[in-house]
Design a protein around this ligand. Structure first.
Ligand SMILES: *Cc1c(COP(=O)(O)O)cnc(C)c1O
Length: 486
């Protein structure tokens, strides 16, 4: 038996070839779900296209034209970027106008960017809000910079379209929203370190609480400056991530009840299986939550705002909405499970764009990109776009996805590099007739987006990667590419 440095023995570590019953079940389920994969992303692509989530083909447009300065303006007219006329600068050389230089947009410095449709965010928020049971409040979850869509911009749009509260993961995410002037209640969805308590009080951020020590230190800190210490109690009903065990909730409250500054303003749990087809586990978790709420009622404690549901649970189980729901993914326009397609109408808010930086004919049999994993079939034009795995276009997608240009899907070919990758425009292009396609440097390509019947979706990439839409959109949005709001 292997001795591990922390004193644990390795006895429960799996040997090679070990398959638990759970693993076998998961594997079976995964392969059953495989049959649905194609429908899953085709459906979200179709929905995107239906909602006019498309772009006309654009020829090269430089920043001056985008900014309405007219096509005649020369982007390299250097006179506009100098502070003093050249003759006066003399022997020290030109003095640049840093402000004028800063006005050259990021998407004209490198040809890849992310567009976020705030009207899609608005549509999704109103749709979710209208689907709720009467009187149920909507907390918009904007953690991880709004899943890569930009926390401040999204939070403002969501609050203007029916959301009442905001949920974040970290204290700094809460502070960012406060510093942008947002006044709505902000819940931190986990318990921060005790050392962050002064920040909670100063910025009026609500913590989720599940340890006695945090509760007491928080209350004492608030009391010392004559403030209240409002919080939401997190209940563990079986996910076993964080929370007071559902059977110990009244005992926990008894232990902290001596402190007069504490205000229990909400009680909540989080389900581990809200998007799973089988509903047995979520029913079990909800029964545990009800047990905890009943126990609180029995000793006369008001649980405040009761909430349990994320996106999937909100739409799939309206009876679990309680007083409020915490919705993230749906507001950005992604479906947690294919089952939700018929239940709610969402529009993906993120599209990813690039412009062609190189075009070449690659003769039959020649390879493309590192390790030459792709070989040209001839008669193909290989185009390069400046987006790679450092921008969220994950290496695991290499040779397995299509991009969209001129209303057609074009296969990405060769290994995806850190900052660039290639795609092929040829007769094997999906949906192409034998019409001539003539890609040029500067032409716009959709890495994620829809145009006519052609689409490339985040859901599709998530399927290829064995990941989830959450991770893929965060990868694009929170990486190196500029975000543009449209
Ligand atoms: C992230 C999160 C949510 C939102 O989940 P979605 O599936 O994106 O709707 C809700 N509750 C908690 C506790 C979370 O961490």
């Amino acid at each position: 038996m292997e001795e591990l440095p922390n004193g644990f023995t390795g006895f429960n570590r799996r040997g090679p070839g070990f398959t638990s019953a759970g693993d076998a079940m998961r594997k079976a389920r995964r392969s059953a779900e495989m049959g649905r994969d194609e429908t899953h992303y085709r459906e979200s692509g179709r929905k995107a296209a239906q909602h006019g989530w498309q772009l006309p083909r654009e020829k090269l447009i430089v920043g001056e034209q985008r900014r309405g300065m007219g096509p005649q303006t020369d982007p390299t007219d250097m006179k506009r970027y100098l502070r003093v006329p050249d003759v006066l600068a003399g022997e020290f050389g030109p003095v640049y106008d840093m402000q004028a230089l800063a006005e050259i947009p990021e998407y004209d410095r490198r040809w890849s960017w992310v567009e976020i449709s705030l009207s899609a965010i608005r549509h999704n928020t109103m749709t979710v809000k209208n689907s709720l049971q009467p009187g149920v409040r909507l907390m918009a979850v904007v953690k991880a910079d709004a899943y890569g869509h930009g926390a401040v911009q999204c939070a403002r749009t969501m609050l203007n379209s029916g959301a009442e509260q905001l949920g974040v993961a970290t204290v700094d995410e809460g502070i960012e929203l406060r510093e942008a002037g947002i006044q709505a209640p902000i819940l931190i969805l986990s318990e921060p370190p005790i050392s962050a308590i002064p920040l909670l009080l100063a910025h009026k951020l609500l913590p989720s609480v599940y340890t006695v020590e945090f509760a007491v230190r928080y209350a004492e800190a608030a009391d010392s400056i004559d403030q209240r210490a409002p919080y939401h109690l997190k209940v563990n009903t079986g996910m076993n991530r964080i929370g007071v065990h559902y059977s110990e909730v009244t005992e926990f409250l008894r232990q902290v009840s001596f402190h007069r500054a504490l205000d229990l303003v909400g009680t909540f749990t989080h389900f581990a299986t809200a998007d799973e087809q089988d509903t047995m586990e979520i029913e079990r978790a909800n029964n545990r939550f009800l047990t905890a709420l009943d126990a609180m009622e029995a000793v006369g404690i008001d649980p405040g705002i009761v909430h349990s549901s994320n996106s999937a649970a909100t739409t799939r189980f309206p009876q679990l909405q309680y007083d409020m729901v915490r919705v993230g993914l749906s507001l950005y326009g992604y479906y947690s499970t294919p089952e939700m397609f018929g239940m709610i109408d969402l529009i993906p808010a993120m599209s990813v764009h690039a412009r062609i930086t190189d075009v070449k004919n690659v003769p039959l049999g020649e390879g493309v990109s590192y390790f030459l994993t792709y070989r040209s079939g001839g008669y193909a034009k290989v185009c390069t776009v400046p987006i790679g795995y450092a921008d969220g276009l994950r290496f695991g997608l290499s040779n397995k996805i299509d991009f969209v240009m001129e209303g057609r899907q074009h296969p990405q070919v060769g290994n995806i590099c850190m900052d660039q990758c290639m795609f092929e425009v040829s007769q094997r292009t999906r949906g192409a007739s034998f019409e001539h396609l003539d890609p040029q440097i500067g032409d716009e390509v959709l890495i994620v987006g829809a145009q006519g019947d052609a689409f490339a979706t985040i859901d599709q990439m998530a399927e290829v990667l064995g990941s989830m839409s959450y991770e893929v959109c965060i990868g694009f949005g929170n990486g190196r590419m500029p975000r543009v709001y449209v």
